[in-house]
Every structure is written in C-alpha cells, then in structure tokens.
Design a protein around this ligand. Sequence first.
Ligand code: OGA
Ligand code: MN
Length: 212
Amino acid sequence: MRFTNVRHRRSLCSALASELTHYRLAAGVPRPPLRIWPDALTAAEEVALVEQADTWFSGRPYEPGHFDGVATAYREMQRPARRFSRTNRAVIERLAQATLGDKSLMPIHLLDLDAAGEIGRHVDHVEYSGAYIVGLSLLSDTVMLLHHEHSESTIEMLLPRRSAYVLTAETRYEWAHSIPARPTFDGRTVEKTRRLSILLRDHAAPTGEGPD
Ligand code: OGA
Ligand code: MN
C-alpha cells in the first residue's frame, strides 16, 4: 500500500495534540514535527479579538477570489500588534512568546474566511515571512491539509476553534498547506462556519540568508 502510518483520533474534542492529526505518509517520508494547541485562548479572549477584527473589517465585503490566486470568499488585513487593544495585545504577546520566543513579529495578519471560503495549496513566500507561521483559529473548527512538496503524502490537521498551530522547519518549507471549503477529518465531515485566523510570523531572513 502506498500510504502508511494512518492515525486515528478518538474524539473531535480531544485535548491530545497527537489525535488532532491524521497522516497519510508515502514510504520514506518521515512524520514532520507538528504542534497544535487546543484551547490556546479562552472564549472571552476570542470574543475580544473578533470584536476588534469586526471593527476593522466593518463595511468591507468578502472578496470572491484571489489573494496570490489562492483564497476565495475571504477578506484580510495586517495590523501591527501595537494597534490592538491592550487586552488583545497581551493575548498576542503571550502566544508569540510561547511560539516565537523573542523573535520580532511581523504585523499581525488577520484572515477572515466566509463559511464557503477556502485557501488553496501554497507555501508562504520565503521573502515575505520568516521561519515560523503561527495560526490561531477563531469562530470555527477547521481542517488544514499539509501536502508534501515531493511526494503525495498528506497530513490532516484538525484545528479546533480557539486552537493554535505552528508550522516551522519541514512543515514550513517542505510541505504546502491548504484549507478546504468543506473539510473532513479522518473521513468525517467537520462543520465549518465563518473562520477568522490570526497569523503571527517572524521576519524573513535577509535575502541570501534564507533556507537552502
Ligand atoms: C495564509 C494561510 C492559514 C490560516 O494566510 O497564508 O495559509 O490558518 N493561512 O488561515
Ligand atoms: Mn499560508
């Protein structure tokens, strides 16, 4: 059989990160390190972040397509951390500290996907973002798919509402990622509504000093 290492999770709401992933790895492709934190922020913190984003997005329609030719039914913006309320900034700084340590943050990327929205397969541009992508999922559970760049291996990442994930090293550079409009996890439908993601990134290395 082409794929091995298929994992099964016991419950959608499991607090165990290992059960939030479902691998289909081609022979010889090692399982990359991957981190998902369920409950990375509280319901009250989610409300405050969404309120702030809604103020900024107010009156802006969802774009039918395409950002880098990749996303549909989305709207997005970037805001430096200092533009957030003191409470929201504290949440962002706590998560940044836990994931990026003292690396300096790029402006925070807010990506609002309508219920029907999706993000096609891509690797974030190496000149515009650094070695880490930290994503917070607000308002909806969703599934992120990782696609190995050099085989047909895929990883399903179940991203529960209020969870955070980190893509770095192999999962940043050797795997592309996508978010399907109608997600399934381990063969089961995952209910996806409007999803707001808050993306924390470190700065790209100066040209010539990036990864090989
Ligand atoms: C992106 C992206 C993922 C997410 O904006 O490049 O892949 O979790 N976003 O929203
Ligand atoms: Mn991306």
